[in-house]
Design a protein around this ligand. Structure first.
Ligand code: ADP
Ligand code: ZN
Ligand code: ZN
Length: 740
């Protein structure tokens, strides 16, 4: 009886198709059931070899069987996904219009995505290999390889063999099925943890407020899928609520996925977890080595660890018995991936909750307009924590009108006085400015020449302590010429101010205070950020100057004054979301002050004190502010009252980018029988970056379905009429910013 060849579907990262067909290697043909869905396989791909994910068998292929190539090697024994995470990846690929192979690999820790030479596995010679030995030229590497394996009579590790043989020799032998590799990775026979019996939770030394208790009770009652939007003002004890709910999940021997915005915050939250739970916590973020990432990921996969705290990509971690998903600071922009597959980890967390049928908590003091809108339309349940715990009061916001006022290098006199007062009271002060460097621009006082980055056509930022100019868009740096190249003048002046300048000025004004600057420049060394945070907690610092890094999540009990140097950036922006983000930032920054019994004060310097946004925040609160913005979005039919996508294009040749998008827009408009609004093409807010011109096309529709349909058509158009090779394109579904 002639057996049908087994055709394997493999998802390989490639821009065009979701899966490719391969033949099962002969070595496995007699046990085809051995291949579980979701393992990695090495396959020939064009002239390269790529890692793909095995998706299952199919009985027919669109290609002739003779054209199909066999899989080179099977790299895992067990699936790297749970059925739910596999479904989540499929959803992601479909919804964000991104190739499945790419999504599946993105969902894995870096280590498992890397080329095969990082494999740990054992290699054996096959019967075919043994039979083949006499036929090979004795001078070849392949002969030596097979001899060595045959003589060894047992297995040799891949790494051992790599010392003598090239990857090419090894892979060719594998492709010809002369040898086979068995990966040791991810064996499932590990003892699983059971924490139900142990005392793992350390009760806090305070009792929950009645608000907290109510919210905890509501959340604990929920056993199936439901999304909660936990809106708690800063300092209202959200984290404690999470902990209490997590405790009840662990007691059922289920695990928890806890997503946080960025690595800057993970160490603090990990410390708080550790103070409360007597068990190790798994982490996943870009600050870890790839080996450490893999180790933690595997422990979650094997149910040896039950809590995973991680950034964006942790939404794909394969928890076998998930009980709860938490997204902390759900409004944060860093949950959205902006290159490659532009997924929102917050939105995928909700999708995963639905797939796994578990509750999802989205928490924030400043929830996104999307989530607020979803409370009204998608059945998210809103839970509120309206009061700060203890006797702490919400800090008072004061606007300082800069118009006509004399500034002391960026600082107004009410602000200087307030700093002095809080210093006298031995309190801490945070000065917030979201701009690194000394000055954002230099100018020649005589001829008005400005040093600009020619790759981005934007001014260089002056970093005084590095003595360099640096472009904040592409990272290029160069020394500052102290003479103007245009007119030989030595009058080069700096305009505007960054954190370094404020630091210098504060040191001058308050020479006895301990002043610490925290931004990406001052925290470049590993561990330095944490050391600085410790210094603040130990009260070794009086004044902290910080950027966005300090705005969120931190809890500094002794801090009573926050100063916002410049609130105006974002008030008048071409990006319709800028106001939302500015409001969130201001409220978050303000929330750092007055977390203890001492009342906090917040000073906000602005040239536009009458701006309705600032007035609403001042006189009312974030809630009123969000309502105001939602109303504006409704009137303009902007998201969340419509669904949008951006086609992002970049090219070194401006014409190519324009022509391509113009053509695309024209075709779309012509074919467009459905309600899809097409705006553009127009240049991105940063028109040129690192030599690439950046152009956008905005697609918008009143319903998600129509928008999805439109994106479908446009991606097919692009695949059919490929852009010139100078043009790179990507599609951002539900974009949250116009930046590329
Ligand atoms: P949020 O995340 O809402 O800004 P946190 O969870 O950081 O607030 O809580 C602020 C501080 O209050 C933390 O030190 C926390 O331990 C403490 N805390 C939380 N709940 C209570 C409570 N019921 N009584 C006293 N202190 C509390
Ligand atoms: Zn000049
Ligand atoms: Zn640049």
């Amino acid at each position: 009886m002639k057996t049908e060849p087994m055709i394997c579907q493999v998802a390989v990262p490639s821009p065009c198709f979701n899966s490719f067909d391969y033949l099962l290697p002969n070595t496995l043909a007699s046990h085809p059931d051995d291949l579980p869905k979701g393992i990695r396989v090495l396959v020939p791909f064009g002239r390269q070899e790529k890692i793909g994910i095995f998706l299952g068998y199919t009985s027919s292929s669109s290609l002739a069987i003779e054209k199909l190539k066999p899989i080179i090697a099977v790299l895992d024994n067990h699936s790297l996904y749970t059925p739910s995470t596999l479904t989540l990846c499929q959803f992601t690929s479909h919804y964000y219009h991104h190739p499945l192979g790419d999504v599946l690999l993105t969902a894995l820790p870096k280590r498992l995505r890397q080329p095969v030479h990082h494999l740990t596995g054992s290699v054996t010679i096959t019967q075919k290999g043994i039979d083949h030995i006499p036929a090979i030229n004795r001078k070849t590497k392949q002969y030596q390889l097979l001899r060595q394996l045959h003589r060894a009579c047992s297995t040799l590790s891949y790494q051992q063999l790599q010392e003598t043989f090239s990857n090419r020799t090894l892979n060719t032998a594998m492709a010809q099925e002369l040898i086979k590799i068995q990966s040791k990775h991810s064996s499932n026979h590990v003892k699983m943890a059971s924490y139900t019996s142990k005392r793992i939770f350390q009760a806090p030394d305070f009792t929950l407020t009645s608000e907290q208790q109510h919210v905890v009770d509501m959340l604990k009652r929920q056993k199936t899928f439901k999304t909660f939007l936990l809106v708690g003002v800063t300092g209202s004890g959200k984290t404690e609520v999470y902990f209490q709910v997590i405790q009840s999940i662990l007691a059922q021997n289920k695990s928890v996925l806890f997503l946080v915005p960025e690595i800057g915050l993970t160490p603090q939250i990990i410390q708080r977890f550790q103070a409360r739970f007597n068990l190790p916590i798994a982490m996943l973020h870009s600050g870890m080595s790839s080996q450490a990432q893999l180790t933690d990921w595997e422990k979650i996969k094997n149910h040896q660890l039950l809590i995973m705290v991680g950034t964006r990509s942790a939404v794909f971690t394969p928890h076998p018995n998930l009980g709860l998903i938490v997204v902390d600071e759900e409004h944060d922009l860093s949950f959205k991936q902006t290159v490659g597959c532009c997924y929102s980890a917050r939105d995928l967390a909700v999708v995963r909750g639905r797939i796994e049928n578990v509750p999802v908590i989205l928490g924030s003091a400043t929830p996104s307009l999307e989530s607020l809108h979803n409370v009204n339309t998608k059945g998210y349940e809103r839970l509120n924590l309206t009061k700060r715990v203890g006797s702490a009061m919400t800090p008072q916001l004061k606007l300082v009108n800069l118009r006509g006022r004399k500034l002391n290098r960026g600082l107004s006199s009410p602000v200087i006085d307030a700093i002095q007062t809080h210093l006298d009271q031995k309190k801490q002060i945070m000065v917030f400015l979201n701009r690194r460097g000394f000055a954002p621009k230099m100018i020649c006082h005589d001829c008005s020449w400005i040093p600009i980055c020619t790759q981005c056509d934007l001014p260089y930022v002056w970093h005084k302590h590095l003595n360099r100019l640096s472009c904040h868009h592409c990272g290029a740096t160069q020394p500052l010429a102290h003479i103007c190249p245009q007119c030989d003048s030595s009058m080069l002046w700096d305009i505007g101010c960054g954190t370094e300048k404020i630091e210098t000025q504060l040191k001058k004004l308050f020479s006895r205070a301990n002043i610490l600057r925290i931004d990406r420049d001052s925290t470049r060394h590993k561990g330095s950020f944490n050391k600085m945070l410790e210094q603040i907690h130990e009260n070794e610092v009086d004044i902290i100057i910080g950027t966005q890094m300090l705005a969120k999540g931190h809890h500094f009990p002794n801090l009573t004054l926050t100063v916002v140097i410049d609130a105006d950036h974002g008030l008048y922006s071409q990006d319709f979301r800028a106001l939302e983000h500015l409001g969130q930032l201001l409220v978050q920054v303000a929330g750092r002050a007055g977390r203890n019994k001492d009342n906090g004060e917040v000073y906000v310097q602005t040239y536009y004190p009458r701006h309705p946004l600032l007035q609403t925040l001042l006189k009312k609160d974030y809630h009123a502010f969000a309502e105001y913005l939602l109303k504006k979005r409704y009137e303009a039919t902007l998201p969340p009252y419509s669904s949008a996508a951006l086609v992002k294009v970049k090219s070194k040749k401006l014409n190519d980018a324009c022509d391509f998008l113009n053509q695309l827009a024209a075709n779309m408009r012509q074919q467009n029988t459905h309600a899809l609004d097409i705006t553009g093409p127009f240049p991105a807010p940063i028109e040129k970056k690192a030599g690439y011109y950046q152009m956008l096309l905005w697609l918008q529709s009143t319903t998600k379905q129509q928008c999805q349909h439109g994106i479908q058509i446009i991606t097919e158009m692009i695949k059919k009429n490929k852009p010139p090779c100078s043009v790179r394109w990507n599609i951002d579904v539900d974009p949250i910013s116009m930046s590329i």
